[in-house]
Design a protein around this ligand. Structure first.
Ligand SMILES: [Cu+2]
Length: 153
């Protein structure tokens, strides 16, 4: 009786281990897909520009955009637009310094909302120009992308 109990217990533990391994194999982490990355045209004398895009996380783990860099910008910051109590529009660095992209969800960076700010712009943003931008993600690491300068749709 005691012997069979122990056997039962061992089988139970083995079962748990197999279950845990299967769960590990299934977890692939986050998977970020960047769509429609673009920036509004502006001359070089305009010192700042903004980049917009759709960030899709097709994985099963949350990730976050924590920064970006580009040779076309002196500094790149993650910003959000907001309305002051007086009704004026302003913008500020995102809270916590990151934009979270939950597993299975899509985050839109768009005019009047979240955006990537190109400060101390180094080049003309003429329509048709392609700007190289490297996105930094908390878990997915660095992702180089191309941003197309075009008129807003
Ligand atoms: Cu901004």
């Amino acid at each position: 009786m005691r012997r069979s109990m122990r056997k039962f217990l061992l089988l139970g533990i083995a079962g748990l281990l197999v279950g845990a391994l299967a769960a590990c194999a299934k977890a692939q982490g986050p998977h970020i897909v960047v769509e429609d990355a673009w920036g509004r045209p502006s001359p070089k004398v305009a010192t700042a520009g903004a980049f917009y895009m759709t960030l899709r996380n097709t994985g099963n783990e949350d990730d976050a955009l924590i920064g970006a860099e580009s040779d076309a910008c002196g500094t790149v910051e993650l910003h959000e637009s907001f309305k002051t109590p007086e009704g004026a529009m302003g913008m500020r660095p995102v809270e916590g310094g990151k934009i979270v992209i939950p597993a299975g969800e899509t985050v839109e960076l768009k005019m009047g909302g979240l955006h990537i700010m190109c400060i101390d712009k180094q080049v003309d943003f003429t329509p048709g120009t392609k700007v190289q931008l490297t996105l930094h993600f908390e878990k997915s690491g660095d992702m180089p992308i191309e941003v197309e300068i075009r008129q807003p749709k």
